[in-house]
Design a protein around this ligand. Structure first.
Ligand SMILES: NC(=O)c1ccc[n+]([C@@H]2O[C@H](COP(=O)([O-])OP(=O)(O)OC[C@H]3O[C@@H](n4cnc5c(N)ncnc54)[C@H](OP(=O)(O)O)[C@@H]3O)[C@@H](O)[C@H]2O)c1
Length: 513
């Protein structure tokens, strides 16, 4: 295939869903996320011909960096982190359109310089560019950046037209209900809600999007997707890694803030929401908010519905690893949880009485994120073993979000032979086996969606608040009791005994994915 056919971007063509000419400005452009995810995402969009012909990238940060050095850093980031190797033809098109502006995040004059820089680019090419601001800094400067986008006029640029300014905001979105409300208020003071794209990169993952397709593009699931047929739902987001070098950050965060409040709640909302009227952003997010609001407040305290724990020393892949409180940067008496598990009840017609179990942790036996729908056990009268030692397995439908993305269904089947004996078997579909493994990364999809103005896979302000409303009382309670009630689990295990007890009280047990 000719070079120009491989890269429509090179010809100034775009075969995508129509992003207008755009300039992406990354705040915090010297950071880790920019190098590991954002630059490679933009490069791969270019490679796939999904960037508009007029596309510009501007890095912004406090550290003074020359344009040339920023370009070199960007090329190095692509070489190291992109899923595709650096193609000189694609990079050769992006490179000259890449520049850097240095300035403080609370420095109005620097934002005025940025505005002039964008205007200069537009003048040079003789057309207007949609400004897409990506806030990829630590959260302490989200608010000053927003305020200065407002004060410099950048936030309102082209408002009222389709190529109006848009702002992507990284996580974490607040650290409790009050801070999330305050951040939403700052946003509202400079932007309209439709200009704002709050990231939860889980929503950019293929399997998470496939959840909507599986649920609503197949007629066999929806009739069963309710309390009459589903016994319980388990959502697991397990990491193998420990806290590593991010101890300082993690001590202020913990598992509930870092994983449960955002990623697992997004998975829950997509699993449990009612079918939306359409797939447009507002219809989908309306349904997600409705289901989040239908979750009953958690019972907190001893024998409550939330448990927390810290990992103790243990074996990971045969290697001894330290416990959380022995890690660098962690207080010896730290009260930060590295694991949380909880039972949620959704108080609506569809889910009344069906427990939703959520768990997440570091240093767990395996890195896996999955949603498992456990159906009611079939009556075993016909096939139960006479001695009652065996029972029919419950059918389980599981969506594996990562790694090894796919879908599987556990069914009971007959063991070949003269006796009628049953055994659960797994029917599996793996993305990589069917579609190949080099699929787009979450950030590619999300940056493209923001560029074309599709907010479906982003979190709306009221959605973030609904989730914080549920968890803030838990965080307040934990802060008030210090380490009291903190469980432990060995690194490399599936979690603490308290988490097993939480399920056992309802006759359930955790899956070992
Ligand atoms: N890294 C990830 O994998 C990841 C994943 C999900 C979400 N996120 C979120 O994405 C955002 C960026 O993450 P990151 O890992 O790239 O962060 P980072 O490397 O710590 O910071 C990004 C940039 O922000 C500036 N900065 C750092 N500390 C600052 C401070 N205290 N005050 C003001 N500016 C500061 C620095 O640039 P200058 O000094 O040049 O201004 C830095 O290069 C964060 O909100 C993070 O929570 C990151």
């Amino acid at each position: 295939m000719a070079e120009t056919e491989r890269h429509p971007f090179l010809q100034g063509l775009s075969k995508h869903r129509g992003a207008p000419p755009t300039v992406v400005v990354i705040f915090g452009a010297s950071g880790d996320l920019t190098a590991r995810k954002l630059i490679p995402a933009i490069y791969n969009l270019g490679f796939d011909g999904l960037l508009p012909a007029d596309f510009f990238l501007v890095g912004y940060g406090r550290k003074p960096i020359a344009d040339d050095d920023f370009r070199k850093d960007a090329a190095a980031a692509i070489t190291e982190f992109s899923r595709r190797s650096l193609d000189p033809a694609v990079w050769g098109r992006l490179e000259p359109n890449t520049s850097y502006i240095s300035g403080g995040y609370d420095e109005k004059a620097a934002f005025d310089r940025l505005a002039l820089h964008l205007a200069d680019i537009e003048k040079k090419i003789g057309r207007e560019l949609q400004p897409l601001f990506y806030i990829s800094t630590p959260p302490n400067v989200f608010a000053p950046i927003l305020v200065n986008l407002g004060a410099s006029g950048l936030a309102a640029k082209y408002l009222g037209q389709p190529h109006h300014a848009k702002v992507i905001i990284e996580k974490p979105f607040g650290r409790d209900l009050d801070s999330a409300r305050a951040l939403n208020a700052t946003i509202r003071s400079v932007l309209e809600e439709h200009q704002v794209y709050r990231i939860d990169h889980y929503l950019g993952k293929e399997t998470v999007q496939d959840l909507l397709v599986q649920r609503f593009a197949n007629s066999i699931f929806e009739p069963l997707w309710n309390r009459d047929f589903i016994d319980s739902v388990q959502i697991t987001v397990a990491e193998e890694v420990g806290v590593g070098s991010r101890g300082g950050y993690y001590e202020q965060s913990g598992c509930l803030r870092d994983m449960i409040q955002n990623h697992t709640m997004q998975l829950l909302a997509l699993t449990a929401m009612e079918p939306p009227g359409s797939l447009d952003a507002e219809s989908v997010r309306d349904e997600k908010v409705k289901v989040l609001k239908a979750i009953q407040p958690l019972t907190i305290g001893p024998a409550g519905e939330v448990i927390r724990a810290q990992y103790a020393a243990g074996l990971m892949a045969g290697k001894q690893v330290p416990g959380y409180r022995e890690e660098e940067g962690i207080a010896a008496q730290s009260g930060t949880e590295t694991y949380a598990a909880l039972r949620l009840s959704i108080n609506n017609w569809r889910w009344q009485g069906v427990p939703f179990y959520l768990r997440s942790g570091k240093r767990m036996a395996r890195r896996v994120s999955e949603i498992a729908i456990n159906f009611r056990r079939p009556p075993g009268t016909l096939f139960a073993d006479e001695s009652a030692r065996f029972d029919l397995a419950a059918n389980t439908l599981s969506f594996q979000i990562q790694p090894d993305e796919g879908l599987s269904l556990i069914l009971n089947t007959k063991i070949p032979g003269l006796e009628t004996r049953t055994q659960p078997v797994k029917m599996s579909f793996r993305y990589a086996a069917t579609f190949g493994s080099n699929t787009a990364e979450a950030y590619e999809r999300l940056v493209l969606d923001a560029m074309i103005g599709d907010g479906t896979l982003f979190i709306r302000g009221d959605e973030a608040e609904a989730s914080w409303k549920l968890y803030t009382p838990v965080l307040d309670y934990w802060r008030s009791v210090g380490r009291t009630g903190m469980d432990t689990y060995a690194a490399g295990s599936w979690g603490p005994p308290g988490a097993d007890a939480l399920l056992a009280s309802r006759g359930h047990c955790w899956r070992q994915p």
